[in-house]
Design a protein. Structure first.
Length: 387
């Protein structure tokens, strides 16, 4: 039996990404680029696996297709997902030193004495691995190439946006499923999270870069709280933040539910958060700065003495754990002069946290278009009251 190859994009799209990356390499006078982050490797080669607890490296040069250096056990994932084939594959056994294989590959490619670009910001190329590699290649010059591939990932192609929109559809269904489960009567956070997980998977979702975030009552005060055995009680607020993932592309949604009629103050805070989100989305468009979008949320937040103490949004697209966002290279934050462009995608989580008061949060995932913006998550944006 043979593995059937099923890359997420046609070969020509991968080759276009490769050529754009090579142009950036040329600008930095880099002879070879070592790509180590799973998102960047997937972006250029299609290869993916959850098994990146072993080192994996995509070696990009100027005159031949990339070479992927991975643990031998993961070779079948090249056959399944990548446009590359076995001729582009170099492997190491579990007992072998991965950086020795990378060094040998650079020698074989004729670039061992050249300028080697490395992503110094990568979570997946450790200090120890880098020291091992440089000790094996004392004739090479290693230079910082952080952000080189990410610069291309920031603007999504039409095919990428199609996956983002499908992920947004799955996220929206999950938000509705949560409301239905809460409306059926008392349950624990575990039970709610289980139903949401089931919905995501049943509707075509893959595993996300972050867990489903579910919290209720006092636990909504905990940032990034995941589900617990706590029973969700009448009179409490419930947070749900979840994303569908399609071909590794994410489109998260955040909603606040309330079991029973909320008091006037909570409704007022919810109204301000809704206004913050609306203002932020309305400010998004081609040619505006990241900072100006963040300012739009800040102006509304001040109505109740609050403020946006974090970025107002962050780029989303390709995702692997430990994150479903791309904020490490593109987000919406105060003072940022980055210009937004068509094809960028942002998750816009707006939260109002006042001391001693129950917080409220709502979000959407938004695509920057030629004429403005398009929201890809579709579920009622107001506070969701469960009677």
């Amino acid at each position: 039996m043979e593995i059937q190859k099923d890359p997420a994009f046609p070969v020509e799209e991968y080759r276009a990404r490769l050529e754009a990356t090579r142009s950036r390499m040329a600008a930095l006078e880099i002879d070879a680029l070592l790509v180590t982050g799973p998102e960047n490797i997937c972006y250029l080669s299609g290869f993916q696996t959850p098994g990146y607890y072993f080192p994996q490296t995509l070696v990009v040069t100027h005159h031949r297709d990339p070479t992927i250096v991975i643990r031998r056990f993961e070779g079948g994932n090249v056959d399944a997902y990548s446009w590359l084939d076995s001729s582009n594959l170099r492997t190491f056994e579990d007992h072998e030193a991965p950086m020795g294989r990378v060094a040998q590959t650079l020698h074989d490619l004729g670039v061992a004495k050249g300028r080697i670009g490395v992503d110094y910001k990568s979570w997946f190329h450790t200090v120890r691995e880098h020291r091992e590699l440089t000790s094996l290649m004392n004739e090479a010059a290693f230079v910082d190439a952080s952000g080189l591939v990410e610069a291309e990932r920031a603007i999504k192609s039409g095919r990428e946006l199609a996956y983002v929109r499908e992920a947004g559809r799955i996220s929206s269904i999950a938000a509705g499923v949560a409301a239905e489960r809460l409306a059926r009567g008392a349950c624990t956070e575990n039970e709610l999270a289980a139903r949401v997980h089931e919905s995501v998977v049943a509707n075509g979702g893959e595993y996300p870069g972050l867990p489903v975030f579910v919290s209720s009552g006092h636990r909504t005060m905990i940032p990034h709280a995941v589900w617990s055995g706590k029973t969700i009680e009448s009179g409490e607020a419930v947070f749900l933040e979840v994303t569908g993932v399609v071909r590794r592309y994410a489109a998260p949604i955040f909603r606040t539910y309330h079991l029973g009629t909320p008091d006037k103050a909570f409704r007022e805070r919810a109204g301000v958060v809704r206004e913050m989100l609306d203002a932020t989305i309305d400010a998004i468009g081609p040619g505006v700065t990241s900072g100006s979008v963040n300012d739009a949320a800040m102006r509304v937040a001040r109505k109740l003495g609050g403020g946006v103490t974090k970025r107002a949004g962050y780029s989303v697209g390709l995702n692997f754990p430990p994150d479903w966002g791309e904020g490490v290279f593109l987000d919406l934050k105060a003072g940022d002069e980055t210009l937004l462009a068509p094809g960028m995608v942002f998750h816009i989580p707006q939260t109002l946290r006042l001391k001693g008061e129950a917080p409220v949060a709502i979000s959407e995932t938004v695509v920057v278009t030629e004429r403005g913006r398009s929201v890809v998550t579709e579920y009622p944006r107001d506070l969701i009251v469960i009677d």
